[in-house]
Design a protein around this ligand. Sequence first.
Ligand code: ZN
Length: 170
Amino acid sequence: MALRSIVTIPDPVLRRKARKVTEFGPELQNLLDDMVDTMREAPGVGLAAPQVGIPIRAVVVEFGDEEDESVPPKLFVVVNPEISRNSQDTVTGAEGCLSIPGYAGDVDRFTGVTIRGLNRHGQPVRIKAEGWLARIFQHEIDHLEGVLFTDRAERVWKIEDEPNTPVPLD
Ligand code: ZN
C-alpha cells in the first residue's frame, strides 16, 4: 500500500487537459493501486489521476448502494473514460472535492450516464451509472478536462457552515 499526496487548488495540474493512456505496464498498475489506496484513506468516493499530480486519463471510483448499506461498495478502475450516453434529465446535488478542501457546491448533473473506457489491462469496459454513481463519474471525468465542480456550481459554500449537508468527496 502506498499513499500519494492529494494535490489541491491552485496547483496547475488540476487545470490541465489530461493525456490519453497508451501504456499499461507496471508504472500504470502502481499508480492505479496507489490511487485506490489514497481514495480509501482520504476517505473519498472517487479520485482522478491529476489529483495525485499525474495528468493522465485514469479514474477510480468506489461507491456503495444508496438505499442499501449492506451492499458492499463496488470498485471501478477506468482508463480513458468517456461519457458515451447521457440521460435527458439532470438533477442538482451537493458535491465536494478532495482537491478543494472545506468547500461544497450544488452542481447540476445528468441523472444517468454510460461510461466507456478501458480497464487496467487495456480491455474495453462499459458502465451504466445512475444517481450518485453517475454524479461521481461526471465529476471525475471533469477532472481529466481540467474542470472543477466550482466551475459548474450554482452555489458554493463552506462545509463547516452547513455541516448537515452530506457531501461525498472525491
Ligand atoms: Zn474532485
